[in-house]
Design a protein around this ligand. Structure first.
Ligand SMILES: Cc1ncc(COP(=O)(O)O)c(C=O)c1O
Length: 417
């Protein structure tokens, strides 16, 4: 591992650089962005594997269980509200923090579900997806060389966000089969350079829902080391078998050091609308608003109007969401197990990490993920692209099951050859 001064000067190669180099070549990148004249910061990054897998699915006309988006529509109320907004002049920039009705709806939702109180005028910022909210927060708080703890496997967007902000990622693994966070291992990752931690629960890609005990352990370390917690709660309403989402900001002492981030894309099947939000007290709120204001100005105006309406949907919507996703989860587990994969039960989110060691396949996860759509017509994501630590995830692939039952059944028929 090269020395910290070298990392800051962008010289040599870290274990992470080498790992990313390995990833760069795994799918045959067209060119290395840095070799092509790109900035040094791109040395650690390549375009998204997940979105590349969607392109591969299109090429092979495969059933796309790679990228995490539903193949069904948002609620009718959302579409109608978006139409109305387009027809009634809602087509210009909104206030950079988001429209007041939407911020008020988010504040009401946070109070109703979690008893968390945020002032819509001060503490809530509507962003272009969770992706932007995380990036804006990191750009606002990270100085060059600050460390950010990322729990791995992690959503692909976290590493670029840390790197773009000038930070250094520090990975802490969740291990199969139960993916419970080892708090001693987490403690070992904290040091005087640690500035922030990113916590995603319900978790993509493992399906783990962090327990109160895990969250309290994380909170204790955040307070002891005086760092900021950035939470990604985009799957907050998609949990199974009595597992419940527990926001970190509700742990006593965490309210003023947590940026609670979520979005409407997954809950309301509208990932293409790019609607997310960040809730946090000051000074963190002002800090991230300053970045957001210049990064994207505002989220799409007519869709903000529609989202204010969709947040008024009654409790039955959320109950139905769980029922529907439980059916899909059960079907997905049946498919992967019958097809010979090993997979742990999924507690939340809409993914399953599946181990293909029992398949008669001589190759790693990248070759498997390339082979599967070409030969069996089902697209997945290679497991190791969710890890920063070299060698992890090499026998796994991720399936996304936010799909109509008939789509899942068709995928099952292809996999149970
Ligand atoms: C854990 C997690 N965070 C963030 C995102 C991206 O969120 P958005 O589309 O709101 O930017 C995803 C999308 O799959 C995700 O799984």
């Amino acid at each position: 591992m090269k020395r910290r001064e070298e990392v800051e000067a962008g010289q040599g190669s870290t274990a992470l650089d080498i790992l990313q180099g390995d990833k760069l070549s795994s799918f045959g990148m067209r060119f290395d962005p840095v070799q092509g004249g790109g900035a040094q910061r791109l040395h650690m990054i390549r375009e998204s594997f997940i979105r590349e897998m969607t392109r591969l699915a299109i090429t092979h006309q495969a059933i796309n269980l790679s990228q995490g988006f539903p193949d069904f529509d948002p609620p009718r109320a959302a579409i109608e509200a978006a139409h109305n907004a387009l027809e009634s002049g809602g087509n210009q920039y909104t206030i950079t923090w988001g429209t007041l009705p939407l911020r008020e709806a988010i504040a009401a939702k946070m109070e109703k579900w979690y008893d968390l109180r945020f002032d819509p005028n001060e503490h809530i910022t509507v962003t272009c997806g969770v992706t932007e909210a995380i990036l804006a927060t990191l750009m606002g708080i990270i100085n060059k060389g600050d460390e950010v703890i990322i729990i791995e496997p992690y959503h692909e967007g976290y590493l670029p966000a840390v790197v773009f902000a000038g930070g250094v990622p520090h990975f802490v693994p969740l291990e199969s089969p139960d993916y419970i966070l080892d708090l001693d291992r987490l403690r070992d990752a904290f040091n005087e350079r640690t500035k922030a931690i990113i916590i995603n629960t319900p978790h993509n890609p493992t399906g783990h829902v962090f327990t109160r005990q895990e969250m309290e352990g994380i909170a204790e370390l955040c307070m002891e080391f005086n760092i900021v917690a950035i939470t990604d709660e985009i799957y907050e309403h998609i949990t199974y078998d009595g597992h419940l989402h527990f926001p970190l900001a509700t742990v006593p002492g965490m309210a003023d050091r947590t940026v609670t981030i979520s979005g409407l894309g997954k809950t309301f099947a509208m990932t293409g609308w790019r609607l997310g939000y960040a809730c946090t007290l000051n000074p963190l709120s002002t800090i991230l608003r300053t970045v957001h204001d210049f990064m994207t100005i505002c989220a799409p105006a007519p869709l903000q109007a529609a989202c204010a309406a969709v947040l008024q949907l009654p409790d039955e919507y959320y109950a139905q969401l769980k029922t529907d996703y439980t059916q899909r989860r059960d079907k997905m587990m049946e498919i992967v197990r019958k097809a010979g994969f090993l997979a742990s039960p999924v507690q939340g989110s809409y993914y399953v990490m599946a181990d293909f060691s029992n398949w008669d396949f001589d190759g790693d996860d990248y070759s498997f993920a390339r082979w599967l759509p070409a030969n069996l017509g089902v697209a997945v994501v290679p497991g190791s692209c969710f890890y920063g630590t070299k060698g992890m995830g090499k026998k796994t692939v991720r399936f996304a099951f936010a799909k109509k039952m008939e789509t899942l059944e068709a995928a099952g028929a292809r996999l149970w050859r």
